[in-house]
Write a protein that binds this ligand. Structure first.
Ligand code: MN
Length: 227
């Protein structure tokens, strides 16, 4: 075997509810997947083709703390459900898509909204606003064998006890099997890939000291302090 010329970086993982660790390969994130959020961001809520961006696997963070990132004064919360794949492929059918899911978790797609707005205006990529250190707080991954699939269920995000975002998983424009099928037309999905499935309306800014409490019915809740 060829000698590694620097030490291999650790494989990023997220914890599973049964005490294991799920190794991460890629993190796909869908944009504008709830009509009311598309409207609040100034877009047409009709069912246009989905679009995706990516975070880095090592941006996902189960620590329960979110360090306020540099270079932004408008960092916002987006509650999302993570879909974690145990297998993949290309051109996966909608009917067979859920067979590839290992489990689900509650997560936050933390966003430097000011930098994202600049990027949008200039037609630039979004990474600077989305794929920064610890930008994906995540709760324990719940296996399908325990929680099943979740076509519906209440989604709620509170900041310091006040509800900021609330919706239902059944309000997603593109459902989980459709997202998997669509992505597999463009990428070869593999075990370890996860999909962040979009956020409902009510996104807003956080400040140091705030406590975000994200919950999805059937998956439990995730508490994250902004530090
Ligand atoms: Mn998002």
């Amino acid at each position: 075997m060829t000698k590694l010329v620097i030490p291999a970086p650790a494989i990023p993982t997220i914890p599973t509810a049964d005490g294991g660790a799920f190794p991460l390969r890629r993190v796909y994130c869908i944009g504008r997947n709830y009509a009311a959020h598309a409207v609040e961001m100034g877009h047409d809520p009709n069912r246009e083709s989905p679009f995706f961006f990516q975070k880095n696997p090592n941006n996902l963070d189960p620590s329960g703390e979110f360090p306020y990132p540099p270079q932004s004064s408008d960092v916002q919360h987006e509650i999302e459900m993570i879909v974690a794949l145990k297998s993949g492929g290309t051109n996966i059918s909608v009917d067979g898509a859920l067979d590839h899911v290992w489990g689900y978790a509650v997560a936050l797609d933390m966003t430097r909204r000011d930098l994202q707005a600049e990027a949008k205006k200039a037609g630039r990529p979004w990474e600077i606003s989305k794929a920064f250190e610890r930008s994906g707080p995540v709760g324990p991954l719940q296996p399908v064998s325990k929680v099943g699939h979740l076509p519906s269920g209440r989604v709620e995000l509170k900041v310091n006890g006040t509800v900021r975002q609330e919706s239902d998983l059944n309000q997603m424009i593109w459902k989980v099997p459709e997202m998997i099928a669509y992505l597999s037309e463009y990428f070869e999905l593999q075990a370890g890939d996860v999909i962040m499935s979009g956020t409902p309306s009510g996104v807003g800014a956080v400040q140091r000291g705030d406590v975000m409490e994200a919950s999805i019915e059937g998956l439990g809740s995730l508490s994250v302090k902004v530090v």
